[in-house]
Design a protein around this ligand. Structure first.
Ligand code: URP
Ligand code: ZN
Ligand code: ZN
Length: 460
């Protein structure tokens, strides 16, 4: 059946006009005004609504063995939650342990998603250790359509790599033309500061931030930039949280280093004071929530273009049985992460667009188009044009609502944004021409999502 979306305000990073979008099969076949509905066509009147390209979340964790436990979502729960938030494509981090075989890990992560996802998905391949054997396996994984890596400079002894590995991985990435996404915190400094704080009896969640201060993150970005400069690799700094990290990335870009910057929604709307509350472990993630001055710096960078994407770093752990219980008496044991795949776009609209901090074009670029371009999905994704996948969000700016854990689809027992008001929501959401969300509710097919193949686009 065809789908015609009529009279919406179509918005992309560089266009905004009143018009219609015709979808036939899985694809957009026409964009214009006064388009006629073919036979057997579902017609949706989008008057008074925006029509955006489907949103892309380029940084999520769904299957995640981490810090002695497992993240709570499955593809079934996470993809539905993503869709009601307007996100039609997820990019998940494959995070093997250092001893694990990369290819086996890659197949395991793929098996968790196969036939279980309601939205489209693809992966960044985590490289948590490196040698010649792994190089061959990574080349096979790239050939299989997974054209980006993920590395951790943090998490010493778990997922983190050393400098010899860092150099080799970046060199391989440059040769293959794949982009390397990186968690940038100096692992050695974090380990020393954690031990030092604990030895002084500073054990509560409010000490998580002082154990990984902005200078530690700034140093991590600077470190990555030096290696990227010397190898020529293309890099993407994930979950940038502070002015120090932004400055390091700006300096690198100014001298020609290929480096792009991601912010995540928790850092844009929450701050360090939340970890000082009795339920503070809910708000523990890495890099940590910062003092409010860093949040201002982040918003300025989001507006100016020094931040290129807004993702979530969705890492769903329960509050009671995981974050609170496991971290009681030792903040270093709190499973790190704040769930937000359902809320990202609605929070960015409410706190960014509705407040006038960013305009609609910037908004679409941050949550959709730029991620598509950076990760080899454009113009199949992130665009409203003939030939693109019919992934569309009809967004109602007049909607008013409230976030509450009771109503959420994410499989966790809390919301970090409980009771927060929202302005606007993703009312109707399509994935390759199929309506998956109507009136803000998941109504679709639970296995409609496909694994997306991505070719290297970073200039080998
Ligand atoms: O706190 C976080 N960010 N948890 C997920 C793992 C990671 O570092 O991305
Ligand atoms: Zn990380
Ligand atoms: Zn992450």
């Amino acid at each position: 059946m065809a789908l015609l979306i009529k009279n919406g305000e179509i918005v992309t990073p560089d266009a905004r006009f009143q018009g219609d979008v015709l979808c036939q099969g899985e694809t957009i076949t026409a964009v214009g005004t006064g388009l006629a509905a073919p036979d057997d066509c579902d017609v949706i009147d989008a008057s008074g609504k925006y029509v955006f390209p489907g949103f892309i979340d380029p940084h999520v964790h769904i299957y995640l063995p981490f810090m002695g436990t497992y993240a709570k979502d499955t593809y079934e729960t996470a993809s539905r939650a993503a869709l009601v938030g307007g996100t039609t494509t997820l990019i998940e981090m494959v995070c093997p342990g250092r001893e694990e075989d990369p290819l086996e890990a890659y197949e395991l992560w793929k098996s968790k998603a196969a036939g279980q996802s309601a939205c489209d998905y693809t992966f960044h391949m985590g490289v948590t250790a490196y040698d010649d054997g792994r190089r061959e396996l990574l080349e096979r994984i790239v050939k299989d359509g997974t054209a980006s890596f993920k590395i951790f400079l943090a998490y010493k002894g778990a997922l983190g790599i050393d400098d010899t590995e860092l150099f080799s991985i970046l060199e391989l990435a440059r040769r293959l033309g794949v982009i390397v996404t990186a968690h940038c915190e100096n692992a050695e400094l974090v380990a020393q500061l954690q031990a030092w704080l604990l030895s002084q009896g500073k054990t509560g969640p409010e000490w998580h931030e002082p154990s990984r201060p902005p200078s530690v993150e700034g140093e991590g970005v600077q470190h990555l930039a030096t290696f990227a400069e010397l190898t020529g690799a293309h890099t993407y700094v994930v979950h940038t949280s502070c002015a120090d990290a932004l400055d390091a990335a700006r300096r690198a870009r100014r001298r020609g280093v290929r480096m792009w910057v991601e912010a995540v929604i928790p850092h844009l709307v929450l701050d360090h004071s939340y970890t000082q509350r009795p339920d503070g472990s809910k708000y523990v993630m890495s890099p940590p929530l910062r003092e409010i001055s860093h949040q201002h710096a982040l918003w300025n960078a989001v507006r100016s273009g020094d931040v290129h994407t807004v993702a979530t770093d969705h890492a769903p752990f329960d509050f009671e049985a995981q974050k609170q219980k496991m971290g009681s008496g030792d903040f270093t044991k709190i499973p790190n992460g704040i769930p937000s795949v359902e809320d990202r776009v609605h929070l960015l609209y409410t706190h960014g667009v509705a407040t006038g901090r960013i305009d609609l074009h910037r908004f679409v670029d941050l949550v959709s188009t730029r991620a598509a371009q950076l990760f080899g999905l454009f113009p199949r994704k992130g665009a409203i044009q003939p030939g693109a996948d019919a992934d569309l969000v009809i967004f109602d700016p007049a909607y008013r609502g409230t976030i509450t854990a009771d109503k959420q689809l994410m499989n966790v027992d809390y919301s970090a944004f409980e009771g927060w008001p929202l302005e606007g929501r993703s009312e109707t959401v399509t994935v390759r021409g199929r309506v998956q969300v109507r009136d803000g509710k998941f109504v679709g097919s639970k296995d409609h999502g496909e694994l997306l193949r991505r070719e290297p686009t970073h200039g080998a």
